[in-house]
Design a protein. Structure first.
Length: 298
């Protein structure tokens, strides 16, 4: 009896195990079938990126970018043999108002030099601008190169006056406290390499400031924007005329020339500063009071 029950139990357990194995293996066949039904993966490919051909950028308006001047040695040698100054050209020499606006010349001398008139001897700016000359070499920017034992040391901005400015002090570059002085005269005008002339050139040039960008200059155009007074200029030098080195009453001739980075000097440019004080208004006589008759009591 017991053996029969054990055999029956074993048969039942075997049937249950077979059923569970079949049910467990059925999903595997279905997953394999689903995987086989899916299409094979497609390998992704990168699309080529568009490229921009190289080019030289140009500013607005299509104008070419500024480049460093290149010297033409043949033209320079021919001009030098002909006795010409091949260095930078003074593209502007004159004065500007204290607010940076252009001051127009009031006339010309018999020699054709422009005359700039001002009612006081200070409170305005002396402005010099330059551009490459025949040598086509960049304008140098040095405003002080002085050695009392070597008169060949002169600044790149070479400017002088034929009448002393201020007290005409002989000290070189005495433009700051505690010893502030004027500038001696060179009359007649000369740029010879002597101790006196080289000292005077350095004394006046060291009071200038150098500007190399038109939109960051010391002068303004008619719209109130910073701009060189001559659009062809590549460099600008500006000096505020202080009372310590003010111009004297009358006419003072200013002579200036520039030097390029190779040491070539350019032609001399000149102008006249006329310090002509405004006339003092005449004193008006005070009107005498009109006599009035005394009032009578009625």
């Amino acid at each position: 009896m017991r053996k029969a029950v054990a055999v029956a139990g074993a048969l039942i357990l075997g049937a249950v195990g077979c059923t569970s194995r079949q049910s467990a293996s059925a999903p595997a066949h279905s997953d394999d079938a689903a995987a086989a039904a899916q299409p094979p993966p497609v390998e992704a490919t990168m699309a080529p990126m568009p490229t921009v051909p190289p080019r030289t950028p140009t500013p607005e308006g299509g104008a070419a970018l500024p480049t460093r001047p290149v010297s033409d040695e043949k033209v320079t040698d021919v001009a030098r043999k002909a006795g010409k100054d091949v260095g930078p050209i003074v593209s502007f020499a004159g004065i500007a108002r204290a607010d940076g606006r252009r001051a127009e010349p009031s006339g010309k001398t018999a020699q054709g030099l422009p005359i700039f008139q001002h009612p006081v001897g200070s409170g305005f700016m002396v402005v010099v601008e330059g551009k490459p000359g025949i040598s086509n070499i960049e304008v140098a920017r040095g405003i002080f190169r002085y050695d009392p034992k070597d008169p060949t040391q002169q600044p790149d901005l070479q400017i002088e006056v034929n009448r002393p400015l201020g007290d005409g002090s002989l000290a070189v570059c005495d433009a700051r406290r505690p010893t502030i002085g004027g500038v001696p005269a060179i009359d007649p005008p000369s740029f010879k390499e002597t101790e006196k002339i080289s000292g005077a050139l350095n004394d006046l040039a060291c009071r200038f400031e150098t500007f190399i960008e038109s939109n960051a200059s010391c002068t303004l155009n008619k719209y109130g924007d910073f701009e060189f007074l001559n659009k062809e200029s590549t460099v600008q030098y500006c000096m505020v005329v202080a009372r310590s080195w003010q111009f004297s009453a009358g006419e003072t001739q200013v002579s200036v020339r520039l030097r390029d980075t190779d040491g070539n000097v350019g032609p001399v440019s000149r102008f006249v500063l006329q310090f002509k004080p405004n006339p003092t208004p005449a004193k008006q006589a005070k009107p005498e009071p009109t006599p009035t008759a005394p009032r009578r009591r009625q």
